[in-house]
Design a protein around this ligand. Structure first.
Ligand code: CA
Length: 231
């Protein structure tokens, strides 16, 4: 399979270089551009598989670039912002980005998110199983197993885990989780998420006692990660 081409649009040279290094190490071909107008000029000829797009850019800002690219192409776009509060505003604008990352980020997180978005948006959606260590979620059969043992979840708990596992390491604000899962059973309040998370944790802990996978991000929401809980 040919290398997938990632276009990084970022005006901070150090960040662009860091992203390039990590993505290249992960097997991607990477092009970097520092200006929004340049990105609009060149994205068609570069024909990337995915665009990592900084919000604040010289020339044309990330929002305008995202909207303009969307007119021509269905390329997955991950927006990079400097503030977690920006994400709510961007979601409200419905500019058509596939995911959002906040600075400061770990380059490893970015690589994980790039892979996750590519998996989700690839034609045919052949990857119906999300795997995180001993935890396997099958989107087709809606079954979850831990080391092969079935985990019995309610539809809401399943949907919530599905969203979190699809974007490992990503911090989801409660309001976004509510939005994303509302299509199924949720109604009403952000705190509904808390009670579903509590139940989900209890069920997972019964089969996976020594690992926390759903991490609370104080004042924001939740993040799925197999890494040890941060103090
Ligand atoms: Ca910038």
């Amino acid at each position: 399979m040919a290398e997938e081409h990632i276009l990084v649009v970022e005006d901070e040279v150090k960040i662009a270089q860091l992203l390039k290094d990590y993505l290249t190490a992960a097997g991607f071909k990477v092009s970097c551009l520092a200006r929004g107008d340049e990105a609009l000029e060149k994205f068609k000829s570069l024909d990337p598989a995915l665009i990592l797009l900084d919000l604040m850019l010289p020339g044309v800002d990330g929002i305008a670039v995202c909207r303009e690219v969307r007119k021509y192409a269905d390329i997955p776009i991950i927006m990079v912002t400097a503030k977690v509060e920006e994400v709510d505003r961007l979601l409200g604008l419905a500019i058509g980005a596939d995911d959002y990352i906040c600075k400061p980020f770990s380059p490893r997180e970015v690589v994980a998110r790039v892979k996750a978005v590519l998996r989700r948006t690839r034609p045919g959606r052949s990857h119906r199983r999300l795997i995180a260590g001993p935890l396997v979620l099958d989107e087709e059969t809606r079954q979850v197993t831990v080391d092969g043992q079935p985990l019995l979840l309610t539809p809401s708990e399943f949907s919530l885990l599905n969203v979190l596992m699809a974007f490992p390491e990503r911090v989801f604000p409660r309001s976004e989780l509510l939005d994303r899962v509302q299509g199924y059973t949720f109604e009403g309040y952000d705190r509904t998420i808390d009670s579903h998370v509590k139940n989900l944790r209890k069920k997972i802990a019964a089969l996976l006692p020594d690992r926390e996978v759903i991490h609370t991000i104080y004042g924001v929401g939740y993040r799925f990660s197999l890494s040890p809980r941060t103090p």
